[in-house]
Design a binder for this molecule. Structure first.
Ligand SMILES: Cc1cc2nc3c(=O)[nH]c(=O)nc-3n(C[C@H](O)[C@H](O)[C@H](O)COP(=O)(O)O)c2cc1C
Length: 222
């Protein structure tokens, strides 16, 4: 079996990365409990060279050489088929300007569009998926400022293609290593409290999602 976790943040030791590490631990522990040997790989999107979909439409051309796949020759050329053939995918991204990061959006276009058939079934093999978002704002600010439709739209396309993703939203995350060095208007004490009291619970939720992804993959529950 193969499980992939996709990091849509450049910061490899910050929130998105930590949440994904925890989800990966959940996957690994559940695999171990079930004595299953599998590959679990974290992919850092910012280390890869690629662009979003170019709308060449080769993936939709009837009887075409690239039907259902993507012909663009960049770092996603060999990675995408691995994900399409995997047993589970967990995506994670920071929220930038009320949406997932640009890098993640470009990646989603390339991951989903080749397998997305207009008005018909998906060309992808169903598999358990999850999306973990993390953001600076509090839950209340998020609900006031952003519409749920941003998450719902992304998740609906993932559902059309693979399966309905488990969804975890992590709020009020710690943005700076040292708040005194940067210009900001946050209450550092409140941020620290959130980091120490809430973030460990968020990590536990990410861990549980990892466990669940393995259970679903093993039980074909998707
Ligand atoms: C370009 C940019 C835009 C951002 N926009 C938002 C935003 O709209 N809402 C928000 O809550 N946080 C926003 N943030 C903050 C990040 O979501 C937050 O710091 C997050 O924890 C970063 O993830 P990371 O720690 O994994 O890198 C933004 C950060 C950057 C760099």
């Amino acid at each position: 079996m193969k499980f992939y976790l996709i990091n849509g943040s450049n910061r490899k030791k910050f929130n998105t990365a930590k949440l994904l590490d925890s989800a990966a631990e959940g996957i690994t522990d559940e695999l171990e409990r079930r004595k299953i040997t599998a590959k679990v790989e974290i992919i850092d999107l910012y280390t890869l060279d690629y662009k979003g979909c170019k709308s060449c439409l080769h993936c939709k051309k009837i009887d075409g050489k690239y039907y259902g796949t993507c012909p663009i020759k960049d770092d996603l050329l060999t990675l995408l088929p691995k994900l399409w053939n995997s047993d589970g995918i967990i995506l994670a991204s920071p929220i930038y300007f009320g949406n997932v990061s640009g890098q993640m959006r470009c990646f989603l276009e390339r991951l989903i569009f080749p397998k997305f058939v207009y008005g018909s079934d998906t060309l992808a093999t169903p598999k358990p998926t999850a999306f973990i978002y993390n953001m600076n704002v509090t839950r209340q600010m998020s609900e006031e400022m952003y519409t749920e439709s941003i998450y719902n739209t992304i998740e609906r396309f993932i559902e059309y293609t693979f399966t309905k993703p488990y969804s975890l939203k992590v709020y009020d995350t710690y943005q700076f290593k040292d708040y005194s060095l940067y210009e900001h208007k946050f209450d550092e004490k409140a941020k620290k409290k959130q980091l120490e009291e809430q973030f460990p619970k968020d990590l536990e939720e990410a861990y549980s999602i990892g466990v669940q992804i393995v259970r679903d993959a093993v039980n074909n529950r998707h």
